[in-house]
Design a protein around this ligand. Structure first.
Ligand code: ASP
Length: 349
């Protein structure tokens, strides 16, 4: 017997209802969904209907949140809900708010390294509770994707685009095409047919997270920060961050090929001192496309000298989640540095 799909509802616009304060997360998504699904598509696991959709079960993850309130500990809750039910379902859908969807999709891709089933992260720009919405379409496409045996990774499915989870970015606050992967090709597309580019897909892995001694990473919200370089940034602004109690990893969003404003008095010195105190510094480009090449300009070469790790073509969201997950697993020093430069789940070249 084929196993059903699990839909894990974490909150976000897709399941929200109007309130005096604006849209808020709300329980009862299951009933709202069944009311909207066309009769021939009704596919709840408890119903014996002939259906075009795979059977599914829906679980609300308490408390439901607006994803702008997400903290790294929420990845623990989401991953735990999936891992503890892994054997019972053929695929998983995570309903999530769009604001931090790219962070969560990235984090899940690292926690579920060696994935052997589809994990489809989706949401919507307009709630299912509204007459005109993109929720139903995103959900139906995700259900059809979550039953695919050729998909063995975490993807974002949104407005017909099928994107690697750790390459996805929210690119629009107003268009229904809210997600893209500007630095990596789409894995597929839902047009008249749902097509996947098989040569881009990750092969089915060997799930380490199912081993008896597997432990979910412990997340420390103070451990990772992101610093955007801008014209005129001062060393004291940088040191306010590098001297923050508990900081262990800092992502530098530098210019172009990975260039910092190295002529700023004291800035490189501040970074060097942070590196000497054991803070891992990871350098990414502010550009949407391309990768870091720290030796191209003399400005970037400075970073090589002080031990800053070039972050290749990682997105900021993927880098943030990768640092958190690796540190949460207890990696530090040279082991952390080496793992950061490997592609663990297809996140970088
Ligand atoms: N603030 C919402 C959230 O991220 C936005 C959305 O879902 O589109 O939960």
């Amino acid at each position: 017997m084929t196993r059903p799909i699990l839909i894990l509802h974490t909150g976000g616009t897709i399941g929200m209802v109007p309130s005096d304060q604006g849209f808020v997360p709300a329980a009862g998504f299951h009933d709202r969904l069944l009311a909207q699904l066309p009769a021939h598509a009704s596919a709840h696991a408890s119903e014996q209907t002939s259906s075009q959709l795979p059977t599914f079960e829906l679980l609300d993850l308490e408390p439901l949140i607006d994803s702008s309130n997400l903290v790294p500990a929420d990845w623990h809750r989401i991953a735990n809900a999936l891992i503890s039910r892994w054997a019972d379902y053929s695929g998983f859908i995570v309903l999530h708010g769009t604001d931090t969807m790219a962070y969560t999709a990235s984090a899940l891709s690292f926690i579920l390294q060696g994935c052997n089933k589809p994990v489809v992260v989706t949401g919507s720009q307009i709630p299912l509770s509204q007459l005109r919405n993109d929720a139903l379409d995103n959900l139906i496409t995700s259900l059809l994707l979550a039953e695919r045996s050729d998909l063995n990774e975490v993807v974002v499915c949104f407005n017909g685009r099928i994107l690697r989870g750790n390459r996805a970015r929210k690119v629009s606050s107003s268009h229904l095409a809210a997600f893209d992967s500007p630095n990596f090709p789409w894995l597929g597309e839902a047009g008249i047919d749902i097509s996947l580019k098989s040569h881009l897909l990750l092969p089915a892995g060997d799930p380490q997270f199912l081993l008896p001694d597997f432990q979910l990473p412990e997340f420390d919200p103070d451990a990772v920060a992101i610093l955007l370089f801008y014209p005129g940034i001062s060393a004291s602004v940088v040191s306010a961050l590098t001297e923050h109690q508990g900081l262990k990893g800092l992502i530098l969003l530098s210019y172009g090929a990975g260039n910092p404003p190295e002529a700023t008095p004291g800035l490189i010195d501040t970074l060097e001192k942070a590196a000497a105190r054991g803070i891992t510094l990871l350098n990414l480009t502010q550009c949407q496309q391309g990768a870091v090449s720290q030796g191209t300009y003399a400005t970037g070469t400075t970073l090589n000298r002080i031990g800053v790790i070039p972050g290749s073509d990682l997105t900021p969201e993927a880098a943030f989640a990768k640092l958190h997950v690796l540190m949460g697993k207890g990696l530090s020093g040279e082991r952390l540095k080496a793992a950061l430069q490997l592609s663990l789940s297809g996140e970088c070249n």
